[in-house]
Design a protein around this ligand. Structure first.
Ligand SMILES: [Zn+2]
Ligand SMILES: [Zn+2]
Length: 146
């Protein structure tokens, strides 16, 4: 990404945050930027590893993750290992919100699965059950199969 593209991305993120009536602080912009460019949900500890070298402390990262989760720009998932993982929730693409996750029971890696791979995903409001918040698929990843 060249610096022009990065400026453009930052301007868009700033706008998203302001649309949620939050102040677009550097910490919030950086949190969203890292989550947006991550290919899978990441934990608070992993995010702190990325942000602490940039001058943010862990408490700031955690507080901002919570603020952004509260307004729906970030979604939080727990896949049975008692670790909260966070991912960017694109308000222009709300359908991507509830997509299945693949969890490797050997190494604990998490992969987002595209919704289009599943023809019969239940809707989030399911009359027979209640409200669905997470779809989890478990197995062995490629690295662990060998
Ligand atoms: Zn694995
Ligand atoms: Zn995901």
């Amino acid at each position: 990404m060249d610096s022009n593209q990065e400026q453009q991305e930052i301007a868009e993120i700033r706008e998203l945050i302001r649309n949620k009536a939050l102040r677009s602080t550097n910490a919030r912009i950086t949190v969203i930027q890292k989550l947006k460019n991550a290919s899978s949900p990441i934990s608070h500890a992993e995010l702190a590893d990325l942000l602490v070298p940039l001058g943010f402390d862990k408490a700031t990262v955690f507080r901002n993750l919570n603020d952004l989760t509260d307004v729906g720009l970030v979604s939080r998932t727990e896949l049975g290992d008692h670790v909260w993982r966070f991912e960017y929730n694109d308000p222009n693409n709300p359908h991507e919100g509830l997509h299945p996750h693949f969890y490797c029971i050997d190494c604990g890696s998490v992969t987002c699965l595209p919704e289009k791979d599943f023809q019969h995903l239940p809707s989030t409001e399911n009359a027979d059950i209640g409200s669905i918040t997470e779809i989890l698929i478990k197995g062995h990843c490629h690295n662990c199969l060998v």
